[in-house]
Design a protein around this ligand. Structure first.
Ligand code: TTP
Ligand code: MG
Length: 410
């Protein structure tokens, strides 16, 4: 495989450690060093958003049903998510990035790609910049970030994960360096290899990235399809041509998840959507953006996919509004045909800066009320921080969003 001539490294991937839990610990220092779970309480049939590293030692992880987490770690302390506080911290972290580059592509509240090619002359190497960013995030926000520095996005993301928590990993340029890092890793580390593809590859005797990289490309294409084979072979050699998309305002802000097994329960799907909507809403607010549309994406067990879109009368940044629209589409505009669902996602679309919005004479007064309610809840959460008020539970009470616990590993 051909690779471009060696350029200085310029891509960084930053991912905060145990993000929601870290913010809780920052605000409530008595939680430090304890097994801490942030998520819906076990009695409310919620899911785990994240767990502190101390709780992870008991096997607790993101997206696990809270009831299961409580069984695994009965001594855990619990906190309800405070999305707006996380959005606020996310903005503080972004302010650090902005000192070094304007080429920033956020992937979630706690994760971003940065391209520092244009900053090397001013600040020094990508490694130096990465180290400074890590230090300044800690100094200015109190949060610990894991940072990966590499020649492309895929490698930088792998790098940031290699020595988590508190990691700092540089993959020097060149095919040999990429191979040395990638080859021993499991194929599940490759983008696009979810639980099902992983199973398929394992069944073909492919477990490590090295197994994939050295597989015959025609043989692989016959087994998993030409496009997948090409994509995975390139990645397995550490080749990724995608650039950091800072491109002004993103076209959409979304969240999706591939399930470990096909999901048939509508309740379970709706609970996933609620968590996604809550997160996407917080990301919109963090960025000072509102959206006029939402899309729902569903991929079935047979890999067929559908997407549905809806538009709002008024721009919104509320998770609740995104959730209602997505749920409606899921209920009325998706023909499951008895099939299970493999992937579910939502995205906020038709984005515009919140401040550019012209107040409408016909603005829905109830949305203003909801906005105020959201702000009040944020304030209560910030003040009392006892998890007494959760957005999810408010919705559950009103919309009977009850479901059976899901079982979705990360
Ligand atoms: P992650 O970066 O995946 O997890 P993390 O920051 O908690 O831990 P790590 O140290 O491994 O990076 O996700 C960031 C936040 O997103 C996380 O704190 C909570 C939220 N989240 C969910 O709400 N549900 C999920 O399923 C996942 C994976 C994350
Ligand atoms: Mg993280």
């Amino acid at each position: 495989m051909k690779r471009e001539t060696v350029k200085p490294l310029s891509i960084l991937h930053v991912d905060l450690d145990q993000f929601y839990a870290a913010v809780e610990i920052l605000d409530f220092p008595e939680l430090r060093g304890k097994p801490l779970i942030v998520g819906g309480r076990p009695d409310s049939r919620g899911v785990v958003s994240t767990a502190s590293y101390e709780a992870r030692a008991f096997g607790v992880h993101s997206a696990m049903p809270s009831a299961q987490a409580a069984r695994l770690c009965p001594q855990a302390l619990w906190r309800a998510p405070r999305m707006d506080r996380y959005a606020e911290k996310s903005r503080e972290v972004r302010a650090v990035y902005e000192r070094f580059t304007d080429q920033i592509e956020p992937l979630s509240l706690d994760e971003a790609f940065l391209d520092v090619a244009g900053s090397l002359q001013l600040f020094g190497s990508a490694e130096t910049i990465g180290q400074r960013i890590k230090n300044e995030i800690l100094r200015d926000t109190g949060l610990v970030a894991s940072v990966g520095v590499a020649e492309n996005k895929f490698l930088a993301k792998v790098a940031s994960d290699l020595k988590k928590p508190n990691g700092f990993v540089v993959i020097p340029p060149g095919a040999e360096n990429a191979k040395a890092v990638l080859f021993p890793l499991a194929v599940s580390r490759l983008w696009g290899v979810g639980p099902k593809t992983c199973e398929r590859l394992n069944a073909l005797g492919i477990f490590k990235i090295a197994d994939l990289a050295t597989a015959d490309s025609d043989w692989l294409a016959r087994r998993i399809g030409e496009e997948s084979a090409r994509h995975l072979l390139l990645l397995s050699h550490g080749i990724d041509a995608r650039s950091v998309e800072s491109g002004g305002m993103a076209k959409s802000i979304g969240r999706e998840n591939t399930f470990a097994r096909d999901v048939y329960s509508l309740d379970e799907m709706e609970r996933e959507l609620l968590a996604f909507a809550d997160e996407v809403g917080a990301r919109l607010r963090a960025a000072g953006i509102k959206c006029k549309g939402v899309t729902l994406k569903v991929k079935f067990g047979d890999f067929k996919r559908v997407s549905r879109a809806a538009l709002f009368d008024e721009p919104t940044d509320l998770g609740e509004t995104l959730y209602s629209a997505a749920r409606e589409m899921l209920r009325t505009r998706v023909d499951f045909g008895g099939k299970g669902v493999r992937l579910l996602g939502i995205a906020a679309t038709h984005l515009a800066a919140a401040s550019a919005e012209v107040p409408s004479l016909f603005a829905d007064p109830s949305s203003e009320r909801k906005e105020r309610a959201a702000q009040t809840i944020d304030k209560l959460r910030a003040k009392f921080g006892d998890g007494a008020v959760t957005f999810g539970r408010l919705l559950e009470g009103r919309q009977e969003n009850t479901g059976t616990p899901s079982d979705r590993p990360k």
